[in-house]
Design a protein around this ligand. Structure first.
Ligand code: IMP
Length: 204
């Protein structure tokens, strides 16, 4: 039996992870964790919940660049309400697979958020440093609310206490790529999420 048992995690019960498709990019992937179909179903489920939650509130949906781009594009199209979209960019990672532990602010929002309901959309939460820094910075601007929607939650890496109201999948403690997530800028265009073969970054 394989899996990453952290209590009754949803994906522990999944069958053995599928091998990657025989493609150029797939040859760098050790195993597929979440297929394009898994992700599409989860995004619809999140979209239904968010539609109910934000009905009549015209939320500002904020993507955290760059990894959020496929997720936010699919997520807002699964939300059947009026909303607005904006983007922010911070960086806590260098070119490798480990967090630098230092968050750098690269791009701010284009508009004020006082009195607005803000939904932060993130590809993955690991240490929680990025989202903690962002939510603390945004709270000083007096929004009506701030919630977080993360496609993947790597709970084993958490060092910060961050409340994630909307999460897609629990993610094992491995470096994953695809569906927006990169290694050194590459693999964001994989349609699925998989574990990168360590031979790709060995010697780092
Ligand atoms: P945190 O600040 O440690 O929570 O990290 C959040 C950011 O780190 C995410 O937005 C990703 O850009 C990046 N990250 C964390 N884990 C991974 C991973 O397994 N693959 C690719 N990027 C990751």
């Amino acid at each position: 039996m394989r899996g990453f048992d952290r209590g009754a995690r949803s994906w522990y019960a999944r069958p053995a992870m599928s091998p990657p498709p025989d493609t150029l990019l797939g040859s760098s992937i050790k195993e597929v964790l979440f297929t394009a179909e898994d992700i599409a179903a989860k995004v619809q489920e999140l979209g239904r919940g968010l539609t109910e939650h934000y009905r009549g509130r015209r939320p500002l949906v904020v993507g955290i660049l760059t990894g959020c781009f496929p997720f936010i594009a699919d997520l807002v199209r699964a939300m059947d309400i009026e909303l607005e979209v904006d983007f922010m960019s911070v960086s806590s990672y260098g070119a490798g697979t480990k967090s630098s532990g230092v968050v750098r602010f690269l791009k701010d929002l284009d508009q004020p958020i006082e009195g607005r309901d803000v939904l932060l959309v993130e590809d993955i939460i690991d240490t929680g440093l990025t989202l903690k820094y962002l939510t603390e910075a945004l709270h000083t601007r007096k929004p009506a609310s701030i919630q977080i929607c993360a496609l993947l939650d790597k709970q084993a890496g958490r060092t910060q206490n961050v409340e994630v109201q909307w999460r897609g999948f629990d993610c094992p403690d491995a470096f994953v790529v695809g569906y927006g997530l990169d290694y050194s800028g590459a693999y964001r265009n994989l349609p699925y999420v998989g574990v990168l073969d360590p031979s790709v970054y060995k010697g780092e």
